[in-house]
Design a protein around this ligand. Structure first.
Ligand SMILES: [Zn+2]
Length: 322
């Protein structure tokens, strides 16, 4: 029997799964290394597979990698990833050497769109968007059955859509008023501090954030659930920025289906989903698509990587020369 490796390389976690053609057989979730050189991550993936799935190594047919961006897709390298301290993360070349198998690398959200199309909610549709609301914000888009890639594989860095051109709030990329500056998980504690100083608000959340510089989006949403006033403002801004961003991508790509995933969204769907979509029709000029949370949960990136490995999109095969 032939097996496939699916790798979902994220800023905080890396998921590695050994799979059959249609499903995950076994998976591990590890903390992504934050130090090393351009080969550290490839080595870490190889070592993870060697340690946990050694019995499959000889029968790996292909490896799919859903990677943090931005990418240089031709070389299969992540370049200056916004939320990791590496200049480059080499994937295609070292992983091909390690696994002696075909390797396909795509941006994680692009891969997830391909996963939804091959295995998930997107099967019946020719036009769909996968949107991830996580540490960062990104999308993968299929138009007329074509997976859109872009000249370097970064076609849909939608997190950097300007949703407020008057805003002084800075994004991780250095730009201002970007969707991700308001709603990227990594930025949410900073948004809370910014709002507190802007409006002179004191709250339990602010005190917590001052004492815990390592606080995350999860903490902010916990304070929201306790009724904290500052957390309510943060979530209100999150919802508004995301509604503007979602309207922009619907207007741009005219999808039949929009699938939403990503940790921040999936963990707080009860708070976010309906509010983000409320009034969306006022900003959308095309007919409104079906909008659903992904059915894959945290495994959406793995199913995307698996779809890359099993059924490589020809748009990527052309540029990666495989
Ligand atoms: Zn940005």
């Amino acid at each position: 029997m032939k097996y496939y490796l699916a790798i979902d390389l994220g800023a905080s976690k890396t998921r590695i799964a050994v799979c059959s053609k249609g499903s995950i057989i076994g998976k591990i979730v590890e903390t992504t290394p934050k130090q090393g050189d351009e080969y550290t991550i490839a080595r870490f993936i190889w070592e993870g597979v060697m340690k946990h799935f050694p019995e499959y190594i000889e029968n790996i047919e292909a490896v799919g990698v859903a990677s943090i961006g931005p990418l240089d897709v031709k070389r299969g390298v992540a370049v200056n990833p916004t939320n990791l301290p590496f200049k480059e993360i080499k994937l295609l070349e070292p992983l091909t050497k390690y696994f002696k198998a075909r390797v396909i690398v795509a941006n994680d959200a692009v891969a997830a769109a391909w996963g939804e199309k091959n295995y998930g909610l997107g099967k019946p549709f020719r036009n769909l968007i996968y949107l991830t609301l996580s540490t960062g914000i990104g999308a993968g888009v299929i138009v007329d059955n074509h997976l859109l890639i872009g000249k370097e594989g970064n076609a849909h860095e939608v997190g950097h859509i300007v949703v407020d051109f008057n805003s002084e709030l800075e994004c991780g990329c250095g730009g201002r008023g970007h969707w991700e500056a308001f709603a990227g998980g990594i930025n949410i504690p900073r948004v809370a501090k910014w709002l507190a100083s802007k409006h002179g608000i004191n709250s339990d959340l602010l005190e917590f954030l001052m004492k815990h510089p390592e606080a995350t989006a999860k903490d902010v949403f916990e304070y929201y659930r306790r009724g904290d006033r500052l957390a309510e403002l943060v979530v209100d801004l999150y919802v508004k920025a995301s509604r503007a961003g979602i309207a922009s991508i619907i207007n741009t790509y005219d999808p039949e289906l929009l699938v939403i995933g990503g940790g921040v969204f999936l963990n707080n769907q009860d708070i976010l989903f309906e509010r983000m979509l409320d009034g969306l029709e006022n900003d959308v000029v095309t007919s409104k698509p079906i909008i659903k949370p992904t059915g894959f949960g945290d495994d959406v990136g793995l199913y995307g990587a698996l779809a890359l490995a099993v059924n490589p999109p020809r748009e990527l095969v052309e540029v990666q020369g495989i």
